[in-house]
Ligand binder design. Structure first.
Ligand code: ASP
Length: 314
């Protein structure tokens, strides 16, 4: 008998205040979240795997410049885009991770190919780009990735010599571009999967890599427990091993998904001053989406509930 299915997605957490949002921008974000959610949902409804569902949803978000992943990624100190992504299959704990790639249209597809077609788990930089070419993945030129708003953020950060989270906007600046993206899903076979994709942090240098491509920190999935995708200040999520910690609290302390994810976000990360949030789904199709920032672009749908799309703190 087919089991319950569900999917949750995020488009980044940060200083997202209703007072800084225009109705047009709010509508654009809501539409983008809904389309990506439904694309992933359709995969699940057509009996596709949770891996297919999270890939589809993240790919759609990567193709929209509203979010900091794929098209619209933030700029590094060198003035280019360096993208990271990861994916994990809860069924067999296989994973694929990629960091510091440029011009690859969909880093999440590259991460999936690394998982499925290579003998490795994690590829970086030029080598990862060479593998993407070997796999015949789509590349785009620099203009495709260029976003005027993100470029102005970069020039400002360069001027102030500051490495900044895409989320860290001054109150007087419209917070129109937030967003590492991610998805978690449970399919009808009871298999969990998670995927995350990002452009990292504005003005990052020295080859800095955040939590998003790291299994255990930004992404984790295990059929025994849950699937998790994180967003926020990567340095803290790495040190907290945030995504795996949710799973470990469930596995070893037998906590519920809600309790485990809230401990990680509201207690562990908060105590370290780690700003951000996560989305998580467990093997029973419970969904949890806690964040300790002002807001988090998020959406979810399950067999027994309507689609829920939210941006701000309730
Ligand atoms: N976690 C990402 C990083 O640190 C950024 C984000 O989630 O927006 O690279």
């Amino acid at each position: 008998m087919a089991g319950k299915i569900g999917i949750a997605i995020h488009g980044g957490a940060g200083t997202i205040l209703k007072s800084l949002m225009t109705p047009e921008k709010e509508a654009a974000y809501t539409k983008a979240l809904k389309e990506a959610l439904m694309a992933g949902w359709n995969q699940l409804n057509n009996n596709k795997s949770s891996i297919d569902a999270v890939t589809e949803a993240v790919e759609m978000l990567e193709n929209i410049s509203l979010f900091n992943s794929g098209k619209g990624s933030v700029f590094t100190n060198d003035g280019d885009n360096k993208m990271d992504a990861s994916i994990m299959n809860g069924k067999d704990l296989r994973a694929g991770c990629v960091s510091s790639v440029s011009n690859v249209k969909n880093p999440v597809i590259l991460a999936k190919k690394i998982m499925e077609e290579s003998e490795f788990v994690y590829l970086n930089g030029k080598g990862a780009e060479a593998f993407a070419k070997k796999m015949d993945l789509k590349f785009e030129n620099d203009e495709y990735f260029f976003d005027e708003f993100r470029h102005s953020q970069y020039l400002e950060a360069l001027d102030l010599d500051r490495v900044q989270l895409d989320h860290s906007v001054e109150p007087n600046r419209i917070n129109s571009h937030i967003g590492t993206v991610g998805a978690v899903a449970l399919d009808s076979e009871g298999n969990l999967a998670a995927a995350t994709s990002t452009g990292g942090m504005t003005n990052m240098k020295f080859g800095r890599i955040g939590d998003s491509p790291l299994i255990g920190s930004g992404t984790y999935a295990n059929n025994k427990t849950c699937a998790v995708s994180c967003t926020g200040h990567g340095e803290y999520f790495i040190r907290a091993v945030a995504a795996y910690d949710v799973s470990a609290l469930m596995e070893y302390q037998h906590l519920s998904l809600e309790k485990a994810s809230e401990i990680v976000v509201y207690k562990k990360l908060k105590d370290m001053n780690g700003e951000g949030g996560l989305i998580a789904i467990d093997k029973n199709c419970n969904i949890s989406m806690p964040f300790n920032s002002e807001g988090m672009y998020r959406a979810c749908i399950r067999s027994d509930t309507q689609a829920l799309i939210n941006i701000y703190r309730e």
